[in-house]
Design a binder for this molecule. Structure first.
Ligand code: 5GP
Length: 263
C-alpha cells in the first residue's frame, strides 16, 4: 500500500492518505510529549514498540468481538487502518486511583477502585483535554445517546479483556485512555463505530503486579528513566519479543533491528 499525502500529524503519530479513500496509514513516531506538550523528547525505538504492542492488543480485542480500525501492520512503524471520523472525546477507564484523579479529588494514590471508573475528557490541546460529563457530550452533539451507550459498554468490555490479558503476564492495568471513530464498513455499506488510535504503554498505566514498578509512559512523565526497557518488558511478557532480545539490540543506530517473533 503506497503512502500518499500527510493528512494529519499528531504528537506521537502521523496519518497518511492511501489510494483507497476509506483507508489511511498510521505511522508511529519516536516522539514523546507530556504535560500538554511542555515536556518533549525523542525516545528511540518507542514508535516501533508501540506499533507492535498496539497491533497485538487490537488484534486480541478484535478476536473477542471488538470492532477496531486496524486492518494490518505494514512494517516496523506503520499500520494500515480504516479512516475514521474521531469522536472528540478521550474515554478513560481507571481500576486503581493515580494520576490526575488523585490530584483532582485527593484520593490516595494506589487506591483500588471497587468497580472500573469511566471518565470522559474533551480532546482539545488548547484547553488541556478537560474532564467533561455525559451531559456535555450530548449537549454539544459530540456523540449521540445511542453512540455513547454503545461506546461505554464496549469500553468496559475492553477493560475486562485487557485486565485479564495483563494479569496473565504479571501486570496490573491501572488505567488507560482510548478513542473511537466512525469508519466505513464495506460489508454493511454504512459507517460503524470502531476503536481507533492505539493502545500501548503510551496510553495505559501498567504496573508490575509484584513490585508495582511502572512499565509505561509515567517513566517519561516522572523522569524515572529506562523508558524503552520498560516498553520492551511489556512486549516481551506479551510474547511479542523473544526472551533473548536485550536492550542493546534496540534500534538506536542503523545496525541491529529489534527482533520480533514471526507470526
Ligand atoms: P490521567 O488523567 O491520570 O493523566 O491519565 C489517565 C490515563 O489515560 C493514563 O493511562 C494516561 O496514560 C491516559 N491518557 C490520558 N490522556 C492522555 C493523552 O492525552 N495522551 C495519552 N497518550 N494518554 C493519555
Amino acid at each position: 500500500m503506497n503512502k500518499g499525502n500527510k493528512l494529519y500529524e499528531g504528537k506521537a503519530k502521523i496519518i497518511y492518505e492511501t489510494k483507497d479513500k476509506n483507508l489511511v496509514i498510521q505511522h508511529f513516531k519516536d516522539d514523546a510529549t507530556a504535560f500538554n506538550n511542555l515536556k518533549k523528547a525523542k525516545i528511540e525505538g518507542k514508535g516501533v514498540l508501540n506499533n507492535r504492542i498496539s497491533e497485538y492488543i487490537l488484534n486480541n480485542l478484535s478476536q473477542s468481538g471488538i470492532k477496531t480500525h486496524l486492518i494490518k501492520r505494514l512494517n516496523m512503524r506503520e499500520q494500515l487502518i480504516k479512516k475514521a471520523e474521531i469522536f472528540p472525546i478521550e474515554f478513560i477507564v481507571r481500576n486503581i486511583a493515580t494520576g490526575s484523579l488523585t490530584k483532582r479529588l485527593g484520593i490516595p494514590d494506589g487506591t483500588n477502585l471497587e468497580k472500573p471508573l469511566l471518565e470522559y475528557c474533551y480532546k482539545n490541546d488548547e484547553l488541556k483535554d478537560p474532564l467533561i460529563s455525559k451531559e456535555h457530550i450530548l449537549s454539544f452533539g459530540w456523540a449521540t445517546e445511542n453512540e455513547l451507550r454503545y461506546i461505554d459498554r464496549s469500553t468496559l468490555r475492553i477493560n475486562d479483556i485487557l485486565t485479564g490479558m495483563f494479569r496473565a503476564i504479571g501486570i496490573k492495568l491501572v488505567d488507560f485512555k482510548i478513542e473511537y471513530g466512525k469508519a466505513w464498513n464495506e460489508e454493511s455499506g454504512k459507517k460503524e463505530i470502531v476503536l481507533a488510535d492505539e493502545i500501548s504503554p503510551d496510553t495505559c498505566r501498567l504496573w508490575d503486579a509484584k513490585t508495582e514498578k511502572k512499565l509505561d509512559k509515567d517513566r517519561f512523565r516522572k523522569d524515572l528513566g529506562n523508558i524503552i526497557q520498560a516498553y520492551q518488558e511489556v512486549a516481551r511478557r506479551l510474547g511479542i519479543m523473544p526472551e533473548e532480545t536485550n536492550i542493546s539490540e534496540v534500534n538506536f543506530g542503523k545496525t541491529i533491528p529489534i527482533k520480533f517473533k514471526k507470526k
